[in-house]
Design a protein around this ligand. Structure first.
Ligand SMILES: *[C@@H]1O[C@H](CO)[C@@H](O)[C@H](O)[C@H]1NC(C)=O
Ligand SMILES: *[C@@H]1O[C@H](CO)[C@@H](O)[C@H](O)[C@H]1NC(C)=O
Length: 400
């Protein structure tokens, strides 16, 4: 019997990223939270995942787009940044020396502000959506986020000096309306998972629930139980796969920045309706030049596949549906589209072939089975399209 993923109504994708637990945590000090939470919603216009936290003194809500890559949280410090509690990170300080890519912003002769400081560490925040990178000062400020998420946001936990990078307003172009920065969930030392774990003394791990538009998702950092819906303990139905590190280059053609901070998984094959798709599996492994492999990303709204793999998967999917579901004309950037009114529906979304990512796992191979709810997208005119794009056509994607 096929098992359907229970949390479909809540999360379109639930990823539990157990980042390696650092060995040297003292027992949590009294009063420190064992977990903190960020709410996540999907912006309908851009398909970006947006979160909100409180920052500065007096505190204001700050919206930021989630990114699984990126070295630090960055926010627009030009437009109305007002706070009595920000502090510069001096060039010679330990946090600055620990940053992989940084420079020193020596002097500024304007009115002092988060973006105009003397002797301040600076870095290169990047907009993962537009792939624009710029320079910005590194500062700290108060950051608060809730400690629980169900049934309602719990009391706030406060990091008094949370390190982040300032950006100029233009770097926010292309982000969802209202978002003034990007919140990095990467492995980097000052990205949220590690910095929050250090601040609050909990495990360096997080669980990410990515919601469909108009539903509520979340990121839980720390040692929260994996119960995301009352009565549904996800840890009983989870499959596990190791997270891999590319130590040679940043994965993906267009990502910039620090090496070894992305999350990669070991996909060893792809099946459509249970049948293996013939692929050049060499492309699925990371070679000595750091090329190949499978990266998890929240920056692209659809699955991006290397050209030959894309061709093979789309052809296999088309073959499985031929003579069963009437096709519709392609709707860019998607190639394989169906007449939406002629596709049946199931609890797991449109009745289309499953796509299985065969994963590296302990013991028997595990599969990440992608059902219609997560593989198909409704395009203009009601066509239902396979939500995959060819890596070579990715510039088209950047324009939609
Ligand atoms: C930086 O130092 C110079 C020289 O001491 C001073 O004139 C300037 O006002 C300082 N800038 C800021 C932003 O504090
Ligand atoms: C598979 O891909 C690798 C890496 O691009 C390439 O060197 C090799 O020639 C390919 N093999 C086949 C059979 O196409």
């Amino acid at each position: 019997m096929a098992r359907l993923p229970p949390p479909l109504a809540v999360c379109s994708v639930a990823l539990l990223l157990y980042v390696s637990v650092s060995p040297c945590h003292a027992a949590a000090a009294g009063g420190k939270p064992s977990a903190v939470v960020l709410p996540v919603s999907k912006d309908g216009a851009t398909q970006q995942y947006v979160t909100v936290f409180r920052q500065r003194t007096p505190q204001v809500p700050v919206r930021a787009v989630l990114d699984l890559a990126g070295a630090t949280l960055w926010v627009d410090c030009d437009a109305g940044y007002a706070s009595s509690s920000y502090a510069r990170v001096p060039c010679g300080s330990r946090p600055c020396r620990l940053m992989k890519y940084r420079e020193c912003f020596n002097s500024c002769f304007g009115e002092p502000s988060p973006a105009c400081l003397n002797d301040t560490c600076s870095a290169f925040p990047g907009n993962a959506v537009t792939r624009v990178t710029a320079g910005g000062t590194i500062i700290t400020d108060v950051l608060s986020l809730p400690t629980t998420f169900r049934p309602a946001p719990g009391p706030l936990a406060t990091a008094p000096a949370f390190l982040f990078t300032c950006a100029h307003t233009y770097l926010t172009e292309g982000l969802a309306t209202g978002a003034t920065g990007m919140a990095s969930l990467s492995r980097a030392r000052f990205a949220l998972p590690t910095q929050l774990a250090k601040t609050f003394g909990f495990s360096r791990r997080f669980a990410l629930c990515l919601p469909p538009a108009s539903a509520a998702g979340f990121v839980v950092f720390g040692d929260a139980p994996r119960v995301f819906q009352p009565g549904v303990d996800l840890s009983k139905s989870l499959i596990y796969t190791p997270l891999l590190v590319n130590r040679v280059k940043t994965a993906g053609k267009y990502t910039t920045g620090e090496i070894g901070i992305d999350y990669l998984i070991g996909v060893s094959g792809i099946k459509v309706n249970g049948r293996a798709v013939p692929l050049n599996t060499t492309l699925l492994t990371i070679d000595k030049n750091g090329v190949g492999g499978t990266m998890l990303s929240t920056a692209s709204p659809y699955t991006v596949l290397e050209t030959s793999i894309y061709r093979a998967v789309v052809d296999a999917f088309a073959a499985e549906t031929a003579a069963k579901i009437p096709r519709a004309p392609a709707v860019a950037p998607f190639e394989l589209c169906y007449d939406g009114s002629r596709v049946g529906s199931t609890r797991a979304g449109p009745a289309v072939p499953t796509i299985e990512l065969v994963l590296q796992s302990e013991g028997a191979a595990a599969s990440w089975v992608v059902f219609g709810a997560n593989s198909m997208v409704t395009a203009k005119g009601g066509a239902l399209c396979l939500a995959m794009v060819d890596d070579d056509a990715i510039d088209i994607l950047a324009n939609i």
